[in-house]
Design a protein around this ligand. Structure first.
Ligand code: Q46
Ligand code: ZN
Length: 306
């Protein structure tokens, strides 16, 4: 690990990752030992490694797998669900599973075909749906915190994108911990200081079977391009990504956003349809989007009948 000027054997590396995770949990006040944790599990190396680490550290963490129905020729969702379930079973852990198709009648790619008419990626409807379901399950099942497996490469790429666009609102909200407020459950990212290579090495050394392929819809995403740019900087100057992200956090602590530019303090109301918190005056973005998808499908059926 050139960025830390550190080299470890297998046994020490497998101790170092949980020790560091525990340090980050405490330093950033993510959650306590007696809190109920819901971990978003995708079947990938980051979420399964994090679940494994939390389990080894003695935290009570249940998993949540969301089946997006991304199976068009790739079997991506089917495979990631199988790997998430087999991890839970072999470690005697509890996994909640939610399938979008069962819940809303359409898979994420179908929904996006209906809204975007075949143009663009399904990522916006996918992201909105995942965030909504995570919060809904966490509230209904009374979890104290939702944790995700985002690593440093993910966080640095998001920061890079927000910085070159000077997206001040997003920059202010980007944090390893987002505190709970008005029906939004606290969120934490205990792996945010680990490089992707480190979480991958952990999964391999622990013999965790995970899905190697990215979601097929990730191809061409801006975040992948930002990761490539950051990787080329990292190759020349090891530690660049970590320094970039940690100096951002320090700058925030020193008050660069002291004026409060974001709508983070904007009032949240309960959606009149599903009861989840929203900044919209009546119906939340999730309910509105899925309503539009169903309307669009019934219009198509009507047009066919005519
Ligand atoms: S948003 Fe887009 Fe991801 Fe959803 S459709 Fe795939 S690439 S999984 S993080
Ligand atoms: Zn709603």
């Amino acid at each position: 690990m050139r960025q830390h000027k550190l080299g470890l054997c297998k046994a020490h590396f497998l101790e170092w990752i949980p020790q560091q995770t525990q340090r980050f949990i405490e330093k950033y006040q993510m959650f306590g030992r007696d809190e109920r944790i819901l971990i978003a599990v995708s079947g990938g190396k980051d979420s399964l490694s994090l679940w494994d680490v939390l389990n080894r550290l003695g935290y009570h963490a249940d998993g949540l797998y969301i089946n997006l129905g991304i199976d068009d020729g790739t079997n991506y969702s089917a495979q990631s669900q199988r790997l998430s379930e087999s991890f839970a079973e072999s470690h005697d852990l509890h996994l909640h599973s939610v399938a979008i198709e069962t819940l809303e009648g359409y898979s994420v790619p179908e929904a996006s075909r209906l809204t975007l008419r075949g143009k663009g990626r399904p990522c916006s409807v996918c992201g909105l749906t995942k965030r909504h379901i995570m919060n809904r399950v966490a509230r209904e099942q009374q979890y104290d915190v939702i944790v995700t497996g985002h690593n440093l490469d993910d966080e640095a790429a998001v920061l890079f994108g927000n910085t070159i666009n000077w997206a001040v609102g997003y920059l202010e909200r980007q944090n390893p911990v987002l505190e709970a407020r008005s029906g939004l459950v606290r969120k934490a990212k205990p792996f945010f200081r680990f490089y992707e290579r480190e979480t991958a090495a952990y999964a391999l050394l622990r013999g965790i079977e995970y899905i190697y392929d990215e979601c097929p819809h990730a191809a061409g995403a801006k975040s992948i391009y930002y990761k490539e740019v950051l990787n080329s900087m990292e190759a020349k100057r090891p530690g660049t990504k970590l320094a970039f992200f940690l100096s951002f956090l320090r700058a925030k602590e020193s008050g660069i956003f002291a004026n409060g530019h974001t709508d983070d303090r904007s009032e949240l109301r309960n959606c009149q349809s599903c009861g989840q918190p929203t900044t919209a005056p009546d119906i939340c973005a999730y309910c509105r989007t899925w309503e539009q998808i169903r309307n669009r499908q019934s219009r198509i059926v009507d047009e066919r009948r005519i």
